[in-house]
Design a protein around this ligand. Sequence first.
Ligand SMILES: [Zn+2]
Length: 188
Amino acid sequence: MIRVGRFPSQDGRSVAELFVYARNKTVYPDIKIMPLVCPACRRPLEGLYLHGGSRYGFVGNHTCDYCDAKFSITDSDNTVEELRLYHLHPETKLESNLTLNYTKLYRLEPKVWDEVQVLTGYDIYAGPERIQLEQVMDDIETIKLVDLTFYRQQAEEEISKMPIPELPDSIVRWFALQRSMGLDQIKG
Ligand SMILES: [Zn+2]
């Protein structure tokens, strides 16, 4: 896994290129950059990581910055909605499993999209099945004509206090947009 910064691109957009799939009233992301949490000590690792693809569901191995635990990372070998992290302690043989669900972490659940439609008229299910989240946000911002500067500060502050305190830039924008719609109280 490669650690990446939050603002790696030239044009100010996140390199995340996070696509969402919307069909049958279900929305899920195909993540590209994401935070990781150590399955052994449960601490969020510093920074964000680039998902460089997987082979038969195997994404890679990684070592925790804090407790030195080596763990494996697997996905569903298709669109990447969640990652499964697994650590086997070499001496105690104690197993630690952790599943990181990015639909939940990034607040992309169907409930949120239902609210977005009620508040703005934007219907995620009416568009293409696979759409970039940045594009979705551009469309919603065009409908709402909202300046996110203020909400962005609030979103940054909120995220810094979360158990996983660093999220991709596109998700900071998404949280800010949700706040501008009064959606920040909705939890999955
Ligand atoms: Zn650890």
